[in-house]
Design a protein around this ligand. Sequence first.
Ligand code: E4P
Length: 218
Amino acid sequence: MKIFVDTAKIEEIRKVKEWGILDGVTTNPTLLSQTGKPWKEAALEILNEVPDLPVSLEVLATDFEGMVKEAKELAKMGDNVVIKIPFTVDGIKAVQALAAEQIPTNVTLVFSPMQALIAAKAGATFVSPFVGRIDDISYDGISVLEEIIQIYAAYGFETEVIAASIRHVDHVRKCALLGVDIATIPFKVIEQMFKHPLTDIGLAKFLEDAKKANISIL
Ligand code: E4P
């Protein structure tokens, strides 16, 4: 499973990159607004930080022509730009137009298997079902994800599934068990994935015993 970080904060992207486990970055207008920087400056900083990894930047237009126009501007910002397009009728038309020009897309705000089926048929590079926001309305985000994976496998779609709106480590575990292509994970959840109290307790005991026995390696 590839790990993308779901943030526009450069310090967070840098840390996950340093940890050696970063496969890509997803942003959205909300995340970019939280950087406190002009959006273009923040976006360029991210693109330059990870020039070999896909970085999703979202359009703001909601009509077909506007989305395609914005997508082409965004695509000029770097070879690693992936255009995030909201799942709407105009969005799906834009995905097809961009696919015809080999511009990669990530269809966002996907909440059902049927939306994911349409996105794949339109030629989306990635599709982002929002697991946590589905849970928020008392439905099961992971089961929606499971159905999308099953449908894509049945038809051999090449669109990669990005499990999005991940809220906690158990979401990540369930995504991995389903064999999802990618999970885009908030920084704090990636940090939590490293942690286990028994690791801390075990390490403290090993070090204490080594000290008692005067063991040193160098
Ligand atoms: C996906 O690409 C979105 O940026 C993100 O996962 C949305 O998550 P949220 O529901 O925590 O805002």
